[in-house]
Write a protein that binds this ligand. Structure first.
Ligand code: COA
Length: 179
């Protein structure tokens, strides 16, 4: 579907439930990837949601969630999402979460680049943005490597489990994008 030499993005199937649960079932990961309270779920609930999507696929108008895996042998890497898609003003947000053993090897950069390609070319968006905790050096560096500009900082915006911390906002315009 969306692929580089090393990474493929595709819709998850019910058989991916246990891998997807590694992301959604981790309360510490949740604190840095989501600003809603963590709700414990079991893997069966993740599978049920994916099974429902087989018969009632999400319409993709406001969000598209994809699984990332290696091309070589299908090893699970994590997920990437385009969310908050606004077809009127033609912008969307990017989200990404990789399992620990997949980090720091360039996969995040490739996933973000694939999401940008999908957003700009296939969804004809004009602007992509991402938000992350100011302390998330890996995400900030990945965004910058992919051409995003630091556009602002919201002070004490997010709860990180210990206190309230700054949120940084990055943006990339299609006219500044290098495919
Ligand atoms: C953030 C994340 C997606 C980055 O993906 P990744 O595959 O680890 O990053 P890459 O290997 O592609 O590295 C991209 C850049 O970030 C830098 N980097 C990666 N991990 C880093 C770390 N822990 N500290 C500092 N820099 C780091 C790399 O050196 C590289 O810099 P360069 O382009 O100047 O060489 C991944 O680490 C992750 O999923 N983390 C947990 C979930 C998360 O934080 N998601 C984002 C929430 S908003």
């Amino acid at each position: 579907m969306f692929v580089t030499d090393r990474v493929r993005l595709r819709p998850p199937t019910p058989d991916d439930a246990s891998n997807m649960f590694r992301l959604s079932g981790d309360p510490d990961l949740h604190l840095i990837t989501d600003d809603e309270p963590f709700l414990p779920r079991h893997v069966g609930q993740v599978r049920a949601r994916l099974e429902k999507q087989v018969t009632e696929p999400p319409d993709g108008q406001t969000a598209v969630s994809l699984l990332a895996e290696t091309v070589a042998d299908g090893t699970f890497l994590g997920s990437g999402v385009l969310w908050g898609i606004n077809a009127f003003s033609r912008y969307a947000h990017l989200g990404i979460s990789l399992v620990p053993e997949a980090r720091g090897q360039g996969y995040g950069t490739e996933v973000i680049r694939l999401l940008c390609r999908y957003g700009f070319r296939n969804r004809n968006l004009r602007r992509l943005e991402l938000e992350t905790l100011a302390s998330n050096t890996a995400m900030r560096r990945t965004a910058e490597t992919c051409g995003f500009t630091h556009e602002g900082t919201q002070r004490d915006r997010e709860y990180d489990g210990d206190g309230f911390v700054d949120l940084v906002i990055y943006g990339l315009l299609r006219r500044d994008w290098t495919p």
